[in-house]
Design a protein. Sequence first.
Length: 160
Amino acid sequence: MARPGGWGVTEGTVTASGPDTPGPAGSGGRAGGPGRAQIGRVVWTVIVAVFVVIAIAVPVKIVGKHLRSTSSSTTGGAAPVVHMAGLQFAPGHLVVKKGTRVVFDNNDVAPHTVTEDTAGGVDSGVLSPGGKSFSLVVNRTLVYHCAIHPFMKARVDLAG
């Protein structure tokens, strides 16, 4: 019979009960339940699994966007889109008919600009990360770069 305070005497054997008392082997101190070490392993396994899923899913999404945006010429229909992702313009070279509206979409994690190489030319201003876009009607060849990341360069040429 256990007494208040957690100590009891059963037929000459002193026993203790409470949260810090070791229970049966492998129980982690609690009779009939998983131990702290076992719970800790489960938590870490879940955390690692989440990071593995993220590590696989993010590159797959980025590559998928690049594969969908690799066409370099247009024949009509929806406005062609130049994506900014992975610190590059994709496609890097686009050919369109004169008067075509081209959309520049920032899908990157960094801000970018669409700045014409010719002084006084096209300048989108800063396009915040996460899907901010800028569009313009192309009536001449456009050679451009990102003013924030000058190594990002691309061009739009006119067909014919």
